[in-house]
Design a protein around this ligand. Structure first.
Ligand code: PLP
Length: 382
């Protein structure tokens, strides 16, 4: 996309890294301009890198433009983004409604951190999200969900869920990490704040931990006030690496989606697999919704090996190209056993609620050669 003439500038092509904790002012007049908000956190003057930083700002502006948001805010991790958003948007005595299929860290944040501070959470199955009206109480303030979900890549009709939530005045926080803004822009479907673990496909090279929120300026400003105190700010060097990753995100995501579709098709009828879940397969219950709300079907596949955890561990240990590593969305293909990673430590009931089976292997498909990836899985399953 060409830059509008008003945004053109002479100078370095790559974003300079403003590796500084603090900023000096030419005069007390400038300091006053900053303090009075004329040139402050959104303007050209900076006070302290926990509040705002030029390299981080460049990343935030890029993310806002990718998500079609008024404003974005970067954090030191996806979890810092989520926790700061939640602490800013709910108070003790209030309730969060959440999708039951959520990243493990998000459900632990709700249960183990916000719970003891008096914020209750109610976890809703896919079907229950479809009839949200029945679960909203006067205490409900925030709705948190993601699609495709982690790890079983369920697809939720974002527009339909948001339409119900809006009737009740809930603030809607949506984790867009799995899809990335290349595949879907949830703000255009009714979401208030989009969250990203930038660690994943946006940075894309497994060398950065970072997070972000994007949405309406007033909501993001509310979160920024809290963020300045909680302190989960992103380091400028990590912001630079993330910006560099974003330059190729469209090409990487497109290739990874193509690889994932080919791999899912090749595995679909494998006798050693109980299930292959991929939104691009017509057998996936969310296939039609995914066709409507996503540009392609993503790079995440969830397979369930017949024979439970022992059988899944055998396949996992025999993988050659897929690395056994947590995380997703990078250029390398990765495999995880959800019961040993994202959902480790959950009780059997919580696992059942999140529909995580012991034989599940989650595959994050990278940008390697398609045939090599298919052969790798087939050899591990033999
Ligand atoms: N949301 C999803 C869907 C994730 O997969 C993750 C991390 O795996 C997070 C949030 C948390 O992000 P981070 O690890 O950057 O804190």
């Amino acid at each position: 996309m060409a830059r509008p003439a008003s945004h053109r500038k002479s100078g370095p092509l790559a974003t300079p890294i403003a590796q500084t904790s603090t900023f000096s002012f030419a005069s007390s007049a400038d300091l006053k301009r900053y303090l009075q908000g004329e040139a402050g956190d959104d303007g050209e003057l900076f006070l302290y890198s926990r509040y705002a930083n030029p390299t981080v700002r460049e990343l935030e502006d890029t993310l806002a433009s990718l998500e079609g948001a008024e404003r974005a805010l970067a954090f030191s991790s996806g979890m810092a983004a989520l926790s700061t958003a939640m602490v800013s948007l709910v108070k003790p005595g209030e309730e969060v409604l959440a999708g039951a299929s959520l990243y493990g860290g998000t459900s632990k944040l709700l249960r183990n951190i916000l719970g003891p501070f008096g914020v209750t959470s109610r976890f809703l199955s896919l079907d229950d999200l479809g009839r949200l009206d029945q679960f909203v109480t006067p205490r409900s303030k925030l709705l948190v969900f993601e699609s495709p979900t982690n790890p079983q890549v369920d697809v939720i009709d974002i527009e339909a869920v948001c339409a119900q939530a809006r009737k009740h005045g809930l603030v809607i926080l949506f984790d867009n990490t799995f899809a990335s803004p290349v595949l879907q822009q949830p703000l255009s479907l009714g979401v208030d704040i989009v969250m990203h673990s930038l660690t994943k496909s946006l940075a894309g090279h497994s060398d950065v931990v970072a997070g972000a929120l994007a949405g309406q300026a007033d909501l993001i400003e509310r979160v920024h006030r809290t963020a300045k105190i909680l302190g989960g700010c992103l380091d400028p060097h990590a912001a630079f690496l993330t910006l560099r990753g974003i330059k190729s995100v469209h090409v990487r995501v497109e290739r990874a989606c193509r690889n994932a579709l080919a791999l899912a098709r090749a595995l679909e009828s494998h006798p050693k697999l109980e299930e292959v879940r991929y939104p691009g397969l017509p057998s996936h219950p969310g296939h039609e919704v995914a066709r409507r709300q996503m540009k392609a079907f993503g790079s995440m596949i969830c397979v369930t090996v017949r024979g439970g955890l022992t059988a899944a561990e055998r396949v996992f240990d025999r993988l050659g190209i897929f690395e056994r590593a947590a995380s997703l969305g990078g250029v390398e293909s990765l495999a995880t056993l959800p019961v040993h990673t994202s959902h480790f430590g959950l009780t059997e009931t919580q696992l059942a609620e999140a529909r995580v089976a012991p034989g599940m292997i989650r595959l994050s498909v990278g940008i390697e050669d398609e045939d090599d990836l298919i052969s790798d899985l087939q050899a591990a399953l033999d």
